[in-house]
Design a protein around this ligand. Structure first.
Ligand code: NAD
Length: 270
C-alpha cells in the first residue's frame, strides 16, 4: 500500500502491541520510519527482546513498557516513560483490549470493571495526557481500535459492547475538539480478526461441535460476517498507516468498519 519512510521523525505509542492487531500496527508504523513505544502485558525480558528485534528490523528507536493500563496510574506511567524517552508522542493508537462473555445477570463485576478500564478508560487517560503536545506541535493522529461492537451488539458481551460504543463516542468528541488543530481522531471497527483475543471463542465452538479448530472458526465467523474469513492483522496495520498519512488529513471523527460486511446488514432504522 503506502511505501517509503513517510513517518520518519514521528513517534508512535501503540497500546497492546505485544501481540495481535497492536503488534501488526506497530510493525507497519516502524516500517514507515516511526519510533515506536511497544506496550503490553509481557515479561520484561521478552519485552526487551521484542524492543531489540524491532530496532534491528526497522532501524528505528523503540521503548518497551509493561504498564498495566487498567488503572489511571498505569496509563500515567506509560505516558510518562514515553514522553521521557521521545519528548512526545505524535501517533497514539489505543488498541489494548480484553474480552469476557456472559449474560448480564452472571457478568462478574470485576470483569465489567476491567473491560471498561482497559478497553475504554485507558483511551481517555492516554488522550487527555498526550493531546496538549499534539496541539502544540500542530500535528497528531489518534486511532482508537473499537470494533463492530462499537456499532452493533451481540449477546453476552455487555461490558465489551458498552466499552466499544463508548470509545466510538469518545472518538467523535476528541475529533471535534481538535478539528482545527492538525490532530485527527478516528476509530477502526474490525469484525473478526484472528488473534489471541478471539481464540477461545473459536476453540469453544470447535469443542462444542466436535469439529476441527478451522471448522469451528469458520462456523463462528459466518454467523455474523457474510465474508467467511477473518481479517488479517496486517490489514489493520495498513489501515492505521493510511490514517497517519497526509492523504487522510481531513478524515476525522469516523468509525470505519473493516468487517467482511458484518455491519452492512444492519437496519437503517436504529
Ligand atoms: P490480543 O489479545 O492479541 O492483544 C491484546 C493486547 O492488549 C496485548 O498486547 C495485551 O498484553 C494487551 N493488554 C491486555 N490487557 C492489558 C492491561 N491490563 N494492561 C496492558 N496491556 C494489556 O488481542 P487483539 O485481537 O489484537 O485485540 C486488540 C484490540 O482489537 C482490542 O481492543 C480488541 O477489542 C480489538 N478487536 C479485536 C477483534 C478480533 O477479532 N481480534 C475484533 C474487533 C476489535
Amino acid at each position: 500500500m503506502l511505501s517509503g519512510k513517510l513517518l520518519a521523525g514521528k513517534t508512535a505509542l501503540v497500546t497492546g502491541s505485544t501481540s495481535g492487531i497492536g503488534h501488526a500496527m506497530a510493525s507497519k508504523l516502524a516500517e514507515a520510519g516511526a519510533n515506536v513505544v511497544l506496550h503490553g502485558l509481557m515479561d520484561p525480558t521478552e519485552g526487551e527482546t521484542l524492543r531489540q528485534d524491532f530496532e534491528q528490523q526497522y532501524d528505528v528507536q523503540c521503548l518497551f513498557s509493561g504498564a498495566d493500563i487498567s488503572t489511571a496510574e498505569g496509563n500515567e506511567e506509560l505516558v510518562a516513560v514515553s514522553v521521557e524517552k521521545f519528548g512526545g508522542v505524535d501517533i497514539l493508537i489505543n488498541n489494548a483490549g480484553i474480552q469476557f462473555t456472559a449474560p448480564i445477570e452472571e457478568f462478574p463485576v470485576a470483569k465489567w470493571d476491567a473491560i471498561i478500564g482497559i478497553n475504554l478508560s485507558s483511551a481517555f487517560h492516554t488522550t487527555r495526557l498526550l493531546i496538549s503536545g499534539m496541539q502544540q506541535r500542530g500535528w497528531g493522529r489518534i486511532i482508537n481500535i473499537a470494533s463492530v461492537h462499537g456499532l452493533v451488539a451481540s449477546l453476552n458481551k455487555a461490558a465489551y459492547v458498552a466499552a466499544k460504543h463508548g470509545i466510538v463516542g469518545l472518538t467523535k468528541v476528541v475529533a471535534l475538539e481538535n478539528a482545527d488543530k492538525g490532530v485527527t481522531v478516528n476509530a477502526i471497527c474490525p469484525g473478526w480478526v484472528d488473534t489471541h483475543l478471539v481464540a477461545a471463542q473459536f476453540q469453544a465452538r470447535a469443542d462444542r461441535d466436535g469439529v476441527s479448530l478451522e471448522e469451528g472458526k469458520r462456523s463462528v465467523i459466518v454467523e455474523k460476517q457474510p465474508m467467511p474469513k477473518a481479517t488479517p492483522p496486517s490489514s489493520l496495520g495498513d489501515l492505521a498507516l493510511f490514517l497517519c498519512s497526509d492523504a487522510a488529513a481531513t478524515i476525522t471523527g469516523i468509525s470505519l468498519p473493516i468487517d467482511g460486511g458484518w455491519t452492512a446488514q444492519r437496519s437503517t432504522f436504529r
